[in-house]
Design a protein around this ligand. Structure first.
Ligand SMILES: [Zn+2]
Length: 230
């Protein structure tokens, strides 16, 4: 039974290919990183592995070649899943709703403005794959902090916490700007997804005394993180 939903449908589509060893090296790397933090995909891989194990012992539906490829991969997947401690902070690190784009001007490098507009339109309608691709292109060194902010949030929403760290730090290194407080908050979310509560708490401490709705939310999240660690 799946008790949670995958936050990254594009990666979730790869579970079958992973269990049967049909992913490209790039897909494999992206999927295994995601697998570390996604209970839903872990469940699907376990199920796929069990189904294929049953088919193998039945012996008729899996060709010799497929079995030779599948066995080591499945063994690797099973070991990976056994070694994986369930991340007790995963639910606290979930980002279910996108940070709203409030129309704060994001003046990107000359010529990239249209790409940014188009990326934020994609973000607004929930087309995260498109938004990430375009924001990644727009995130040049001289881009506005907002480009890095929305790139980081988009990656978090796609279940790619590890890849969200760099753009969110990019917001902080360009301080002051209107995204600094939120960047601390989403960095905390990323660290929770990566099972690093101390790093998450350090980010939350930067904003939890702010007298703003975000400050109060950060304070509550910090309390829950400390409780989860006891
Ligand atoms: Zn997943």
């Amino acid at each position: 039974m799946m008790d949670t939903q995958c936050a990254a449908p594009d990666l979730n589509d790869l579970t079958g290919g992973y269990a049967s060893g049909r992913l490209t090296p790039a897909e494999l790397e992206a999927f295994e990183l995601h697998l570390l933090e996604c209970p839903a995909c872990q469940d699907e891989v376990r199920t796929a592995a069990a189904v294929r194990g049953a088919a193998r012992s039945g012996g008729r539906h899996v060709g010799r070649r497929a079995a030779l490829i599948a066995i080591p991969l499945l063994a690797a997947a099973a070991v990976l899943l056994l070694l994986l401690p369930r991340n007790p902070y995963a639910s606290l690190g979930r980002v279910d709703t996108a940070a709203p784009y409030k129309g704060i001007p994001t003046r990107a490098a000359e010529g990239a403005l249209l790409v940014v507009d188009s990326a934020l339109a994609a973000y607004g309608r929930g087309d995260l794959a498109q938004a990430e691709a375009q924001l990644t292109r727009a995130a040049t060194d001289d881009a506005e902090p907002g480009v890095f902010f929305f790139l980081g949030v988009t990656r978090l929403l796609r279940g790619r916490a590890q890849n969200a760290l760099a753009p969110l730090h990019g917001v902080l290194s360009r301080a002051p700007n209107p995204y600094v407080a939120e960047a601390h908050f989403y960095l905390a979310k990323a660290w929770l997804q990566l099972a690093r509560p101390d790093s998450a708490l350090a980010q939350l401490r930067e904003i939890e005394t702010d007298r703003t709705p975000l400050g109060r939310t950060a304070k509550e999240l910090g309390i829950r993180v400390r409780e989860a660690g006891r």
